[in-house]
Design a protein around this ligand. Structure first.
Ligand SMILES: NC(=O)c1ccc[n+]([C@@H]2O[C@H](COP(=O)([O-])OP(=O)(O)OC[C@H]3O[C@@H](n4cnc5c(N)ncnc54)[C@H](O)[C@@H]3O)[C@@H](O)[C@H]2O)c1
Length: 342
């Protein structure tokens, strides 16, 4: 259910009975996207190799989707569900920058080779949405970041995303794919469980009764997952965005310190510590979202406070399950390579 209580009808008719494939479907964004697509009447094929995502994320729509376990970077041929889809959302990726730094070859294989394999499997004239990220802009030359800002980042995750974007244009041109590249900013919400700032601070608050940030000064553009998903659907249904790059973010710049204050406040006024450690990544990020808003009428609707309250409520419910899953994963991890099959 929507935390915002706003009615959401993301281009409903467009999706009715339309075959849609989502790669990375068992992950954070992918699972929310599948849920909304099912709600819009689309025929959803959910593809994932479960290296990071979990089948539990799709439990709510399991009877209504076609589940396909497939490694985008593996040897198995592309499944029919991908080849037959009219719209493809390509989200499967090694999505954590730190993991890409530690395993650059795996990041290249999944984020670049995997993207090539997905694009090559898509039929000509299908609509393909590729998820890239604001991180590819690197340290901003000017704010807010618009789509014309140069891509200056040099870390392995950003580089693989930039290479993925290049493949979209190359294969889009040579194979007639109708591509849209979405540069997503910092989405957050239920089911985001990795080492990211929002889930990290919420878990810490719930488990330790305090909120500690490495450095409160950097800013990010936080977008609640409902708004992100609505933006993705709007972009995919918009003819004017074929062959275009478009930013997806709230347009609000929030410091990590402010984020910590809101979380600590929602958790009953917990103490906050700012360690003042060196800043990792860009000092500032803020999305210029005018292009998406003008092309589609999309607007972010969920305030930071509202979105964080919804996320905290989810963590309060799920924390015991997450803790036991994490313990199980620890014992498996030594044998696993991130992004590889499970
Ligand atoms: N969450 C954000 O704020 C954000 C920001 C910018 C871009 N993105 C992009 O959006 C997409 C989804 O991100 P997310 O936050 O949901 O991450 P996530 O890690 O929750 O989801 C990624 C999914 O891809 C799957 N996957 C990984 N390797 C695979 C492989 N070889 N074959 C098939 N599936 C594989 C994982 O199992 C996982 O379910 C990613 O491409 C990410 O780079 C996310």
């Amino acid at each position: 259910m929507s935390v915002s209580q706003h009615s959401r009808t993301p281009a409903g008719e467009f999706w009715e009975a339309r075959p849609v494939a989502v790669t990375g479907a068992a992950g954070f964004l992918g699972s929310h996207l599948c849920e909304v697509l099912v709600g819009c009447g689309a025929q959803v094929a959910a593809l994932d190799n479960l290296s990071q995502g979990s089948p539990a994320n799709l439990a709510g729509v399991e009877p209504e989707i076609e589940w396909v376990e497939w490694d985008v970077a593996g040897d198995d041929p592309a499944p029919a569900a991908l080849r037959e889809a009219e719209v493809i959302f390509h989200l499967a990726a090694v999505a954590h920058p730190g993991t890409c730094r530690d395993h650059p070859e795996c990041a290249r294989r999944v984020n670049v080779e995997g993207t090539r394999r997905v694009l090559e499997a898509c039929p000509a004239a299908s609509r393909v949405v590729f998820l890239s990220g604001a991180i590819t802009y690197g340290e901003p030359l000017a704010l807010p970041l618009d789509e014309l800002h140069p891509q200056r980042a040099r870390d392995p995750y950003s580089l693989t995303k930039i290479m993925g974007e290049c493949l979209c244009w190359l294969l889009g041109t040579t194979r007639g794919l109708r591509m849209t590249v979405v540069r997503n900013f910092s989405s957050y919400g239920p089911r985001q469980v990795g080492d990211y700032v929002v889930p990290g601070l919420i878990r810490q608050g719930l488990q330790e009764g305090r909120v500690t940030v490495r450095n409160g000064r950097p800013t990010r553009d936080f977008t609640y997952v409902e708004d992100t998903v609505e933006g993705l659907l709007a972009a995919a249904a918009c003819e004017g965005l074929v062959g275009e790059v478009v930013n997806l973010g709230s347009g609000a710049e929030t410091s990590i310190g402010t984020l910590a204050q809101v979380i600590a406040g929602l958790l009953g006024g917990l103490p906050i510590e700012d360690r003042g450690e060196p800043v990792m990544g860009s000092l500032r990020q803020c999305c210029q979202n005018r292009k998406l808003c003008r092309a589609t009428g999309w607007r972010p609707r969920v305030s930071l406070r509202e979105g964080l309250a919804g996320t905290i409520a989810w963590f309060e419910r799920e924390l015991p399950t997450l803790a036991s899953a994490a313990a199980k994963e620890l014992s498996q991890n030594a044998r696993q390579e991130p992004g590889g099959g499970r």
